[in-house]
Design a protein around this ligand. Structure first.
Ligand SMILES: NC(=O)c1ccc[n+]([C@@H]2O[C@H](COP(=O)([O-])OP(=O)(O)OC[C@H]3O[C@@H](n4cnc5c(N)ncnc54)[C@H](OP(=O)(O)O)[C@@H]3O)[C@@H](O)[C@H]2O)c1
Length: 216
């Protein structure tokens, strides 16, 4: 599969490595392709290009940029044209530039909205699926935790796109819990705040979420 990854940071690299290891053709989209020279040297066959080229390359696309610049990056990728009908895994969180308070990250969105809803409203033809935003990049691929595979909460309006992303999550070693339409991002995006708390307060980043059900 051809995978486009918008971003050059830790999430872009971690997911890029996961796709590359599984034989997919990865092209990163960034304003500065040289940022990925080290990754490309270690992963033959991958490529770095501009945002629109990477978006156009992807049969599946990952959005992995700083949350406050997600819309700008999609505009830079000419998403209305290059990503119409394409499934986009939205890994972003709307983290504000204000410092955490008591270990709690600030968000630039309010409780009755979400970043993914804003992106879906601006780019209605794109099939966004929220995923991978509630765990650290080190555990995104082949997560190894006590108690078996952790749970990735996903949401989005397009059922086929969610099925596609569920396939990726299966392949990467996750259980998937579909929480519903795009509005469910109001609940899924704040999971990042909870996930980061033990890290920001106690330096512990070695956990993931798992949904358990009552014994029948
Ligand atoms: N780090 C984690 O473990 C983790 C875990 C879960 C979710 N997330 C979320 O995943 C996303 C990516 O996180 P990250 O830690 O990998 O990277 P990051 O440091 O949050 O963001 C770096 C990326 O943002 C892009 N960017 C910054 N300003 C931009 C602009 N004006 N226009 C276009 N792109 C711009 C950069 O693009 P260039 O390449 O062009 O410089 C770079 O690719 C974030 O939304 C984050 O909240 C992070």
């Amino acid at each position: 599969m051809k995978v486009g990854i918008l971003g050059s940071g830790p999430v872009a690299r971690a997911l890029g490595s996961g796709f590359h290891a599984r034989g997919h053709e990865v092209v990163f989209g960034t304003r500065d392709p040289a940022k990925l020279d080290d990754w490309l040297a270690a992963h033959p066959g991958g490529r770095a290009a501009g945002l629109a080229e990477a978006a156009g390359h992807g049969e599946l696309v990952v959005l992995a940029v700083k949350g406050s610049t997600a819309a700008e990056a999609l505009r830079g990728a000419d998403a209305g044209r290059t990503l119409a009908g394409t499934t986009v895994i939205d890994t972003t969180n709307p983290i504000s530039d204000t410092p955490p308070v008591g270990g709690v990250l600030g968000y630039f969105t309010g409780p009755n909205e979400s970043l993914m809803e804003r992106l879906q409203a601006e780019f209605p033809e794109v099939r966004f699926v929220k995923a991978f935003n509630s765990v650290g990049n080190q555990a995104m691929v082949d997560p190894a935790f006590e108690g078996g595979p952790p749970t990735m909460f996903v949401c989005g309006d397009d059922a086929r796109a969610k099925a596609e992303v569920t396939g990726v999550l299966d392949d990467f070693g996750w259980e998937t819990e579909d929480m519903g339409p795009v509005e469910a991002a109001r609940a899924i995006e704040p999971l990042c705040v909870l996930w980061c708390l033990p890290g920001l307060l106690h330096g512990r980043w070695d956990h993931a979420f798992k949904l358990v059900r009552a014994a029948s």
